[in-house]
Write a protein that binds this ligand. Sequence first.
Ligand SMILES: Cc1ncc(COP(=O)(O)O)c(C=O)c1O
Length: 387
Amino acid sequence: MNWSSGSPALKSLWGLDPEVTFLNHGSFGATPRAVLDAQTRWRDEMEREPVLFLARKLPALMEAVRVRVASFLGADPAGLLPVANATTGVATVFHSLTWGPGDELLLADSTYNAVKQAARALSDRYGVRVVEVKVPFPLTAPEQVTAAYVAAFSPRTRLVVVDHVVSATGCVLPAAAIVAEARRRGVPVLVDGAHAPAMLRLDLTELGADFYTGNLHKWLCTPKGTAILSIAPAWRAIVHPLAISHGYGGGVTGEFDWTGTFDPSAWLAVPSALDLFSGFGPDAVRASNHALVQNGRIHLAEALGVALPHPDDPALYAAMAAVEVPWARATDGASLNALSAALYDQHRIEVPFSAYDHRVWVRISGQLYNAPEDYVRLADVLRTWRR
Ligand SMILES: Cc1ncc(COP(=O)(O)O)c(C=O)c1O
């Protein structure tokens, strides 16, 4: 297929507001019309005869999607489970393990805030000690991150959490190297790949993490509420969904396919997103999205008069990147959100700001509906805009 990012034909696949320069695919994804139409067809079918659909047809339909998603992610379908989102994937692992006072849970200062809070809750409930690795940013090489993790391993480490793509900075962390180091010490790893499916080329079996969670609703552009939790064989007997239902004890796939009544139309529409993505060629989409961000961050850094926080190494970033906003002082979540809201109100640009290591960063995303001009527009506005 011959296409160029941000062309009118590509933009029209999404129902995004044409008045908005939308540079925040990362937060919640954005779902193409065709995928939403597929979801509507599934919902209509369910509502024609809910019992026939949910009680008799659904198990085989869930299984078919599981097999297809597993093949896309290089995962074993027997351990690939549907969850609503990465937050649930992480919580499922946290609550499936048994914890005692003084057990250590290793995560990073760059770990997604909701996951840090979930770790805090474990600490409050069981006396777990949460150990924070300092992930350097700016950084020059992935090995710095691996070394920081390795230095924090201890005989009390019960679980290591690694963000495959850091939310605040877009940085890709060396998950495979950290998994290999942890395995050598017999420490299990949960990779939080909230942004990774479709953004990165994944082979979850080869990666070999004990647990891997990832959203399909971000970079695969599926309907919201579609994510996976992949469990290595050794852990399948002890992992259970947060809501136990009829299938308890009958094997992970059955347990996770039904955790009480829900609307499966989002999950059933996932193949439609996979079809769309395959039509473009997943590697071609990745290359195109990366090129947008690669050039976008250069424009921004020039406009803001700052240095780039890491070299132009594809091991370090993919379809998101962060650039420092030197004049911004906001560091708490509310002030950062207010910065985004003001930029949206005044210029109809949607882009997130984050704080990391006492500096404020603007994070850009690149997706098929984005054109190179979107980043030029952001750079032009940020050159003089202050709040
Ligand atoms: C690293 C990371 N973990 C978890 C999440 C939470 O994702 P969700 O809200 O879909 O559960 C995000 C969201 O951006 C994230 O970046």
